[in-house]
Design a protein around this ligand. Structure first.
Ligand code: GLA
Length: 727
């Protein structure tokens, strides 16, 4: 009874609001931008403007509703329903308890909460005048970082369940002469391949239906430039992504009136969701930023926001490491690992990361066909358990971390034999595998408990466990959950919710342990998951030339501190080139140290020392792109610390063509024009001389207007410069 009264309360608000204002304007402002909502005379909520903020906020109310063709119906809606006056792509689509499929959402009330000096939360309540369905739109504005997170909460009081057929998080309306979409596609070892095209009329859909490992073919990140493709320092551009680790769908609809509607949310593919009365359905946040000064500003907005607000321990430290995956694969034993601990120490990195292959006895994990799910130590390889490796690590003075893939089982595992009903598969169809494995049904609380315990038991074995690499190597085929019974269409959504429930439980008990988000490479990289993870694995492709491109594109959306970059034997480049590229993020190694020549070993050790000197600039500073490998023969990036007292520049030759390296000067960015700086080349190969020895002093003004020539040529195809304020 109480609930019913509460539900009716907003009706009082609506009459007050209506009489106060025929047209209400709700600006959501950040430092430079604004999203402007308006309530029309008919009480429709429209999003009338998105772009640079006005100097005089009072003028937002003068924004006129766009003139539309007669037939476009509910045009510019801030959250477009279906089945009533809208014929464009809906944001929300519902079947009511009585079978009716129409929805009409009218403004009821709104409020603005100031969560801190830097964050506001605007919520707008919309209600269907006929059906008891209420949708609350949320706009969380991060003022300094110029970022907005937008999501919705759907709720009803009908007699019986309603079915959510589409339940996107947000729709945004953009107005321009032309729209250029930069989107990404890929596959294993081919992550983040960009394509940039002008949008034509109709709908362009970016989506995933892979369930887990949802980004394998396409991530949810994208950018839209207005009028013409934005460059690093010029043009209007929005960057956006969905904070969700499962199926997503973003529709970009260029409507008949030449306006762009962006609708983003969980993919409704095979996912009609039944909602009981008085239960909230909360959609994941759609995060976006806007810059009128090019891609560089937009990406730095996202970096700052991620580190300040979203990323697990975004402002903290990270561990350098030696990983054994590519140096041993599944073939190791205790002695070999003891040797690797010594190598970890000799190299000077913080931690040894034991990868796949350490577990399972009935079906030993000696290749990727067996053992997943049986998380006890393999007695042949580790007769004394991981506790013994942890003890030895302690003795060597290095930390210890471990790989797990707790969401999966191999059919050849004791776990699968014990609980075949815990696995996602069609009961009446043949099993179908991805990397010889099946996905556990995380919609089931018993399975969530099992996955939590995989992590928990590691800490029981090694209370000092310092790092976890959490992998996810299979997509969902044959989607069916025994647990969900007749609610099969909830599987994709409830899987991700189940995953987040487990991660929240882990973070409650182990708030500090760094965790790497890995998915056979970059198959799962999103800000939904990065609330629980400190870093991600961008790709199994560690060829440094490839990595320059992969890391480059990720860097528009994620700060360098999130990017785990390991030096491996992939590619034809020198060790120096490989190390330099891996330093543009979180440095790790996955090579056989003992096979390095003495000079290479010296270079690697020096690089770790150098890295320790510059890592906080890379992790916490501002990133500026100086020369783009997609268009130039040289890739060049500078990271500048927030006080502008020091910086580090990375230059790479990415072209093999004859005489490709330019002899021109590189204009630096982000420095203080009034400061003087000394430039020193670091990571110089033992026995060679760097071209910059720190003796010449240049003003920031000079370095940004005249520039310096890093003297790249085929014999110096990779150059790292440390820049420090000269006192
Ligand atoms: C995935 C990861 C690799 C490695 C292997 C282990 O492919 O991306 O880094 O951990 O699994 O099987």
């Amino acid at each position: 009874m109480k609930k019913r009264i509460l539900f009716l309360m907003p009706f009082i608000l609506i009459s007050v609001n209506r009489s106060l204002a025929q047209k209400l304007t709700i600006p959501i402002e950040t430092a430079h931008n604004a999203v402007v909502l308006q309530v029309t005379a008919k009480n429709d909520l429209v999003q009338a403007y998105f772009g640079e903020r006005l100097n005089t906020p009072g003028e937002y109310s003068q924004i006129k509703e766009a003139r539309t063709s007669d037939y476009t119906g509910l045009y510019q809606s801030a959250y477009t329903p279906s089945g009533s006056r809208n014929l464009l792509e809906p944001t929300i689509s519902i079947q009511h308890a009585d079978g009716n499929q129409s929805l009409d959402l009218r403004y009821l009330s709104h409020k603005v909460d100031k969560l801190s000096a830097d964050v506001t939360l605007t919520s707008v309540v919309l209600k269907d005048p006929v059906y008891k369905v209420v949708v609350t739109l949320y706009y969380k504005a991060y003022i300094k970082d110029d970022v907005v997170e937008q999501w919705s909460v759907i709720r009803h009081q009908e007699k019986g369940e309603i079915t959510l057929q589409k339940f996107a998080s947000a729709n945004l309306n953009l107005s321009s002469k032309a729209y250029w979409l930069r989107q990404y596609h890929g596959d294993w070892a081919k992550e983040m391949r960009p394509e940039e095209t002008q949008l034509t009329h109709g709908i362009k859909t970016l989506d995933s239906k892979l369930g887990t490992r949802a980004n394998l073919f396409m991530p949810s990140m994208f950018m839209v430039s207005l009028n013409k493709p934005a460059t690093e320092d010029e043009g209007k551009v929005m960057m956006a992504a969905l904070e969700w680790s499962g199926n997503f769908r973003t529709d970009l609809e260029l409507d008949p009136d030449d306006n762009l509607r962006i609708i983003s949310g969980i993919n409704n593919y095979a996912s009609a969701y039944k909602l009981k009365p008085n239960v909230d359905f909360t959609t994941p946040a759609f995060v976006y930023t806007f810059s009128s000064k090019g891609k560089g500003v937009a990406s730095r907005n996202l970096h700052n926001w991620a580190r300040n607000y979203k990323l697990m321990n975004g402002k903290g430290d990270r561990l350098t490491l030696l990983n054994n995956w590519e140096s041993t694969y599944f073939d190791f034993n205790e002695q070999k690992l003891f040797g690797l601990l010594k190598d970890t120490k000799a190299l000077g990195v913080d931690l040894f990361l034991l990868d796949d292959g350490w577990f399972a006895n009935k079906f030993p994990r000696n290749d990727d066909h067996a053992g997943l799910g049986d998380w006890e130590e393999n007695r042949k390889k580790l007769p004394n358990g991981i506790a013994s490796i942890a003890r030895e690590a302690d003795k060597e003075g290095v930390k210890f971390g471990i790989w797990i893939e707790p969401e999966m089982v191999n059919p050849k595992s004791a776990q699968y034999g014990k609980h075949p009903d815990w696995v996602i598969k069609q009961p009446k169809r043949d099993e179908y595998y991805f990397r010889n494995q099946l996905v556990l049904d995380l919609t089931n609380p018993a399975v969530q408990d099992f996955v939590f315990k995989v992590v928990d038991s590691l800490f029981i074995k090694d209370p000092k466990l310092a790092y976890i690499k959490w992998d996810c190597n299979a997509v969902i085929y044959n989607a069916y959950s025994v647990h969900l019974k007749s609610q099969q269409s909830q599987l994709y959504v409830d899987y991700v919710r189940g995953l987040y429930t487990v991660l929240q439980r882990i973070r409650k008990k182990y708030p500090d342990v760094p965790m790497m988000l890995c998915s056979g490479g970059g198959g799962r990289v999103d800000y939904g998951a990065l609330q629980y993870f400190t870093e991600f694995w961008p790709s199994d492709n560690t060829d440094p030339l490839e990595r320059i491109y992969i890391q480059w594109e990720y860097s528009y959306f994620y700060p360098a501190i999130t990017s785990s970059n390991h030096v491996t034997d992939w590619g034809k480049q020198s060790l120096k080139y490989r190390v330099d590229v891996a330093m543009m993020g979180k440095l790790g190694f996955d090579i056989v140290i003992t096979k390095l020549s003495p000079q290479d070993m010296q270079l690697a050790k020096d690089a770790v020392v150098n890295y320790n000197g510059v890592k906080s600039i890379i992790w916490h500073g501002d990133q500026y792109r100086l020369s783009d490998p997609q268009t130039d023969p040289v890739a060049c990036v500078i990271y500048v610390d927030t006080t502008k007292a020091s910086a580090v520049v990375f230059d790479y030759l990415v072209s093999n063509r004859y005489d490709a390296a330019p002899r021109s000067r590189m204009l630096l960015k982000g420095l203080d024009p009034a400061k003087n700086y000394a430039i020193k080349e670091i990571n110089v190969y033992p026995g060679k001389k760097g071209r910059f020895n720190g003796e010449s002093i240049y003003s920031g003004d000079f370095l940004m207007k005249v520039g310096i020539d890093p003297e790249i040529d085929p014999s110096r195809s990779s150059v790292v410069l440390k820049i420090d304020e000269a006192k």
